[in-house]
Every structure is written in C-alpha cells, then in structure tokens.
Design a protein around this ligand. Structure first.
Ligand code: KIV
Ligand code: ZN
Length: 530
C-alpha cells in the first residue's frame, strides 16, 4: 500500500502540489537536464503523486518542446502543464506540447509590478487588455488555464485585484501568485491571498496557488502562510532547485504539512517515501549537490553527532527527531555490503535505495561494485548511490569516452598526464603537462577534443569519511550561452574529475546539435514578443 500521509484525515482540504523542477528548477544556470533525464524525473514525480507537473517552456527551444510533448504523452495521473508568455505564439506552442496529456494545462504569465510593466512599456490599461486577450485565447484552446501576475508581491494591491479579476473572467481556472524575487514574508504572503479572496469577484470559484522564491530564505514559510490564508496549490521544486536561492522545496512543504498536521490541517496526495530517491536523482541530473544540512534531504538531516543528542536518540528517538527517516524513504534495514556480497544482495540494496535497474545496467553496476569493494573496506549506501549515479551519466551514444589515464604529481612540477580517450569511437593517445594533476589531465582532454567552453565550476566532495572514500566531482561548462553540468564519482579524485569534465562535454555536444547558440531556456527573454 502506498504510504501516503497516513496520519492525515481524508476530510481535510487538499492542497495540490505543483512541481516545477523541470521548468523553474531547470532555469538555474547549469541545471540543464537531458531529454531522457527529464522524462525520468517526470515519471518519478507522477509516481510520487504530484498533482501538476510543469514540464517546461515549450517555446524556449525545440528540446523543451519535445520534452514537454513526450512527458504529456507518458503521464499517468498528473496534469501536465507548459509555460507561455502573454502572447499567442507562446500559448499556441504550449498547447501543441501539452495537448497530448490526459489532463493538459497551459500556464501563461506577465509581469504586473511597476518594474515589470515598464519593460514591455505597457501602461496599466494596455496590460489589462493584453491579459484579457491572452487568457481568452488560451481558454479557447484548453479548459485548464493557470495565469500568473509575475512579481505579484510587488504589484500595487488595487491593480493586482483588477488583473486577477480580468484573468478569472477570461477563463483562468487557477490564479498563481508568484513572489518572483523572494521578497515577501509570511504575514504579507497570507495577507495577499486573503485580500484576493475577499475583494475579487469569482475568487471563490478558482484555485489560488502560491509560488515562492527563496531569496530571503522564507519560501517554505511564505508558501505555508499562503495555504493558511486559502491558497490550495503550492508550487515547488525538488531540493528547492531554482534560480538564485531557488524555489520552495517540495520536500519541505510536504513534510511540514505531514509533521505539523495539528496546526496545518491540509492533506496532499504525495507518497513521501519517494522523496529521498527523487532528491538524489534531481541532484545527480542537475549537478546541484544538496548541502549536508539541508532540511529533510541533507546528508546530516538524520545524523546525531553530539553526545547529548546521541544519548537522547538511543533512549527515545523522538527526543531529537520530529520525523522518521523511513517517512522520506531512507532505509532502516542497512544490509552491510562488501566484497562477498552477490548480485542478489546488490539488487535488494538498490531496491531499498529506490532503484529498479534493468538487468544489463545491474550487471554493469555489479562489476563496478565488485571493483570498488576490492579497493574499499566498507561499501556504504552513499557509495552505491554514487556508483549508480555515475553509471547513469554514461550513454552508449557518448562521443567522448575516457579509456586510460595516468598522472604524475608531487612537489616538483609541472605535473604530467598521459591519456587515452576515444573520440567518435576512435582511440587517441596524448600527454600534457599542467599546473597540478587536474589541470594536466584537462589539458589532455582539450588537446584531443579542442573546444572553447569555459570552466565555470569545478567542485569536489567526499561521498563518505575515510581516505579511501569516493570523490564526486561536478563540472559546469559554458559555451555561447549554453550551460551544461557533468558529474562523476571514483575513489581516484583525478579520474572522477576527468570523467565529470568529459560528461559535461558530451552533454555540450548533444546541446550543440539541438540548439543554435543562445537558443536556451535561460536566454529566453521574459519580455513579451510583440
Ligand atoms: O517566479 C515567477 O514569477 C515565475 C513565473 C513564470 C510564474 O516563475
Ligand atoms: Zn518562479
């Protein structure tokens, strides 16, 4: 039986969960996901019970359009939503992509605050007219229309009421109130929703949504305050992924509604046991490492280090834990894995961690697991997760594959690297020097595959404690406005670094074929096309 918020009463009002990891989350610089990864994440969100999946911004690129269309075709339960600016071309394109879904939705928006009105140079009346026309146009295509006044929290109260009323009259079924720049605070967030419910005719017939950004670290609190005031849809992303400080984190609002159901008596349809797996997958495919102290999904969220805490937890776990790890899908069984563990044990461990791999993938992971177990005394869950994540970054169609690497490093530079890399199926051999072993190895890659991508981020983290720990490395590259992220894991930090670099280059190669320079979601202007 799915463990959906069992302790919540079925009589409580439902709060819809609208996940925008694949749209607003993917907008974070470097968080670009491949087509296959978007499909996988959408499938997991659907399975978890997310009510609405904002699958992308179809006008932004051919890639986005294709991803939204395919997600729409595959969705089983969730409503699939596509974003559109306030113009007919965007709206038509969004409809073309989402129309395949059993339950499609178009989400159209325009910036209504004084600062945002100034950009397209529309006065209040002209903007009101634009809203009327575009929402009417969308509603003629689709029954399920969401409209957002972008930067609502910095829009004059009277004007906000006026434009919300226009959108409702034109046929919007959900009105989303975005705190686009993470500017509001809980009391104000609640006040805006209450005001709209009180003042706008027809407000009781539609659903109000709350969409908060985390610039002041208040996104979750602001979202919950809006719910208390009457909002019935929360917009959020896994791990709070999103531009700048990100969005409201799905795991935070859902677990807050579960743990504090005494003061927040609202139910969601989310199977919370899927949270951890989704968090890990989104972290891997987006290249955004989850900070260890992040609420709910951080590595330390259920660890107790201090003596007093450990003592308390041993006597009664509730002394320092307000939720159980298994509520978010953190396993409690802890089968110890080592070099004597067989394929069946690995399969069972993977299932416990939320993975159901195809036989050929399981075989590959098993070979790597055995190699790791030979090098490392204890293989922890984190090691296995890093291994699987690394395996999933590989693609049979990759142009570049690392075949061999030897590095000489030490106190007397320059450091040297000697590499065999296959480019389009042909092995090439090269050596190069550099300022440090990573630089030397990256120079080999650059010589074998010349490119002008700039390295924006190079990040190394240890998967577990100990000097034999695996390192996970993420690399972010930028070329002509296209930003890609690659990641890899290995007990050898230099090998992990080179594999992450090559992974990012492979993604860049795919992106080059799919889009013209700057033809990217991140470069689509929010200013309306005329
Ligand atoms: O933050 C925001 O205003 C948005 C809109 C497009 C809804 O993401
Ligand atoms: Zn947003």
């Amino acid at each position: 039986m799915a463990q959906t918020v069992a302790d919540q009463s079925a009589k409580q009002p439902q709060v819809l969960i609208f996940d925008t990891t694949l749209r607003d989350g993917e907008q974070s610089p470097g968080a670009t996901m491949t087509h296959a990864e978007k499909l996988e994440i959408a499938g997991l969100l659907d399975e978890m019970g997310v009510d609405i999946i904002e699958a992308g911004f179809p006008i932004a690129s051919e890639g986005d359009f294709a991803a939204v269309s395919e997600i729409a075709k595959n969705a089983r339960n969730a409503t699939i939503c596509g974003l559109a600016r306030a113009n007919y071309k965007d709206i038509d394109r969004a409809w073309e992509a989402v129309k395949h879904a059993k339950s499609p939705r178009i989400h159209t928006f325009i910036g209504t605050s004084p600062l945002h009105r100034a950009i397209p140079n529309l006065d209040m009346d002209q903007m009101a007219e634009r809203i009327h026309q575009t929402v009417t146009h969308a509603r003629n295509l689709c029954d399920n229309i969401q409209w957002s006044p972008m930067d609502a929290t910095r829009t004059e109260a009277d004007y906000l009421c006026r434009v919300v009323e226009i959108a409702i009259r034109a046929g919007a079924t959900t009105i989303n109130i975005p705190d686009t720049v993470g500017y509001t605070y809980p009391m104000e967030s609640a006040k805006i929703i209450r005001m709209l419910l009180e003042r706008v005719p027809g407000a009781d017939e539609i659903i109000f949504a709350t969409h908060c950004h985390n610039d002041l670290g208040m996104a979750t609190a602001n979202s919950l305050a809006a719910v208390e005031a009457g909002a019935r849809q929360i917009e959020c992303t896994i791990n709070g992924l999103g531009e700048r400080a990100g969005n409201t984190a799905l795991e935070e609002v859902v677990m807050a509604l579960r743990v504090r159901n005494d003061i927040l008596p609202y139910r969601t349809g989310i199977d919370t046991t899927k949270i951890m797996h989704l968090s890990r997958r989104v972290s891997t495919v987006s290249g955004f490492v989850v900070q260890p102290n992040k609420a709910i999904v951080g590595k330390n969220a259920f660890l107790h280090e201090s003596g007093i805490h450990q003592d308390g937890v041993l006597k009664n776990v509730e002394t320092f834990e307000i939720m159980k790890p298994e509520h978010i899908g953190l396993n409690a069984k802890n089968i110890v894995m080592g070099k004597h563990s067989g394929r069946a044990a690995l399969r069972s461990k993977l299932a416990e961690l939320g993975y159901d791999l195809a036989d050929n993938q399981l075989n590959d992971v098993f070979v790597r697991f055995k190699a790791l177990a030979d090098r490392k005394k204890e293989v922890y869950d984190e090691d296995i997760l890093a291994l699987v994540a690394d395996e999933q970054t590989l693609d049979a169609h990759d142009t570049l594959v690392l075949k061999k690497l030897r590095v000489i490093c030490g106190t007397d530079g320059p450091q040297e690297a000697d590499m065999v890399m296959s480019v389009d199926g042909v092995d090439h051999h090269i050596d190069a020097t550099g300022d440090g072993p990573v630089d030397a190895a990256f120079n080999c890659v650059k010589q074998l595959f010349p490119h002008k991508a700039r390295l924006q981020v190079y990040q190394v983290a240890a998967v577990t404690a100990g000097t034999d720990a695996q390192a996970t490395v993420s690399v972010r590259l930028e070329e002509d406005g296209r930003i890609v992220t690659g990641m890899s894991a290995d007990t050898d930090t230099i090998v992990a670094s080179v594999k992450a670099y090559i992974n990012a280059l492979n993604r860049l190669i795919v992106r080059r074929t799919k889009s013209a320079p700057n033809d990217d979601l991140k470069s689509v202007s929010y200013i309306d096309a005329p």
